[in-house]
Design a protein around this ligand. Structure first.
Ligand SMILES: Cc1ncc(COP(=O)(O)O)c(C=O)c1O
Length: 330
């Protein structure tokens, strides 16, 4: 499984398996700190990297100023080492680097935000992150737990041509079994124990069941025509957009290849502030009405719809029909 991932994802020269995406980002962050000898991590407002202390930083302006943990139980000393920047705002990131000169170990981001709805990178944001991290001798970590192998037999990084230093993955590469992976530059990965002094371990890491499930899934995916799921999502988006205009609903759709989200917001959503300005009550109503009609969307405005190879033309029609009724009611 490791060889398959290495061959498919350009930046991954060496990797380690974990049991979840949470573990993968936790170890990647520790490795970045161990490798650079620096303390701070930058994450994006609204970016989700699992449920460990270094990732659970509440998004919002107070958080950005004071580093207040979003979850009870995260010591303030820990949350203060995680700085929050604004996705799609390279200036906000560079400002953090200027304020914490030579002290930032890494920037970690989902290349496409997928945990506050879908938000696409704009204005060469990912390229700017690469340039800024290089300029300040910091690492760039792409959390591809959602995007890895989702839009093609590769990472999103290979689609946009930006090479991070470290990458995390999960979900798809385990084929439904518990999995996570962190990997990247050989010289950085060499710092992981036992070769190096950054400790990482897990009783079930790389367990045979998960590895077999991952190999089987990636074997299946290798021959697949990913353009079919992108095409499905594109047509669904078009049809939903025409219903949105027909019923004059304040809503906008963000889509990245085969993943999308409807925001009940009349403005285009390109960051956390835009996403949280959406009408979540309306989304919840839509969710329940769709569920009654047999269409199971993720139950939150701040999640993402994924098209899978299992979706059929019949599913597409049923989804559009259900939407038509639901949007009319809304
Ligand atoms: C981008 C991203 N990173 C990390 C995680 C955490 O993965 P896990 O739930 O396997 O711990 C998730 C989970 O949804 C995720 O979406």
């Amino acid at each position: 499984l490791g060889k398959t991932i290495k061959n498919a994802v350009g930046s991954i020269e060496r990797l380690r398996f974990t049991n979840s995406g949470t573990e993968a980002t936790m170890h990647a962050i520790r490795l970045a700190r161990g490798f650079t000898g620096k303390k701070y991590i930058v994450k994006m407002e609204g970016g989700y990297h699992g449920a460990h202390d270094y990732a659970l930083i509440k998004s919002g302006s107070g958080t950005m100023t004071f580093g207040v943990p979003s979850s009870a139980g995260v010591p303030e000393e820990v949350s203060r080492t995680v700085l929050v920047g604004r996705y799609n705002d390279a200036e906000s990131i560079e400002k953090l680097f200027k304020e914490h000169r030579n002290e930032i170990a890494a920037v970690i981001t989902e290349p496409v935000l997928g945990n506050i709805g879908v938000i696409n990178p704009e204005n060469d944001f990912l390229k700017s992150l690469r340039e800024i991290t290089e300029k300040y001798s910091s690492l760039l970590i792409f959390d591809e737990v959602i995007t890895g192998f989702r839009f093609g037999f590769k990472g999103y990084q290979d689609i946009v041509g930006i090479k991070p230093d470290l990458t995390t993955m999960g979900k798809i590469i385990g084929g439904g079994a518990p999995v996570g992976m962190f990997g990247g530059r050989e010289d950085i990965m060499a710092h992981v124990a036992p070769q190096g002094d950054v400790y990482e371990a897990g009783t079930f890491s790389g367990n045979p069941l998960t590895m077999a499930a991952g190999i089987a899934t990636l074997d299946q995916l290798k021959g697949k025509d990913y353009s079919s799921i992108t095409n499905y999502a594109t047509r669904l988006e078009e049809k939903l957009n025409s219903l949105i205009s027909e019923y004059n609903i304040d809503a906008t759709i963000n889509r990245c290849h085969s993943m999308f989200q409807i925001f009940f917001n009349k403005n285009k959503v390109k960051d956390y502030t835009g996403a949280t300005a959406s009408d979540t009550e309306k989304f919840n109503k839509m969710f329940h009405m769709l569920l009654e009609k047999g269409i199971f969307f993720p139950p939150s405005q701040f999640e993402t719809e994924f098209v899978s190879f299992a979706h059929s033309e019949t599913d597409l029609e049923a989804t559009v029909d259900a939407f038509s009724t639901v949007l009319k009611c809304l």
